[in-house]
Design a protein around this ligand. Structure first.
Ligand code: CA
Ligand code: CA
Length: 111
């Protein structure tokens, strides 16, 4: 079957040069810059600079655990070795505060 062009050459050119894009050397591709949180906020268990549902998920994983202070517990906001309503209330108290967006919030403590 004749398609009127050299398919092998066309596909080879596509693999080398891409489809409508100029090829870019790998060294020129920089990884995306990940912002670093410059604040701490009580209840931010996943260290993403905000108190959100992700922090509640971590609290839920450790719910009603008691380490006897033998090891750190995920979800223990106040560091008393137990994950309970006190920790939940600390998260609720800072609910939806995002220090990356509103760094002047009094709950945001600069590192
Ligand atoms: Ca968080
Ligand atoms: Ca606690």
């Amino acid at each position: 079957m004749d398609f009127g062009f050299d398919g092998g050459t066309a596909i080879g050119a596509l693999l080398v040069h891409g489809w409508g894009h100029e090829s870019t050397p790998d060294a020129a591709i920089a990884p995306p810059e990940i912002p670093v949180c410059q604040f701490t906020i009580e209840g931010d268990l996943d260290d993403n600079c905000a108190v959100t549902i992700g922090d509640v998920e971590i609290l839920a994983c450790g719910w009603l655990e008691d380490s006897g202070c033998l090891f750190d517990l995920d979800g223990d906001v106040n560091g008393d070795c137990v994950v309970n309503m006190v920790d939940f209330s600390l998260i609720a108290n800072h609910w939806m505060i995002d220090c990356a967006v509103v760094p002047v919030d009094l709950a945001c403590v600069s590192i």
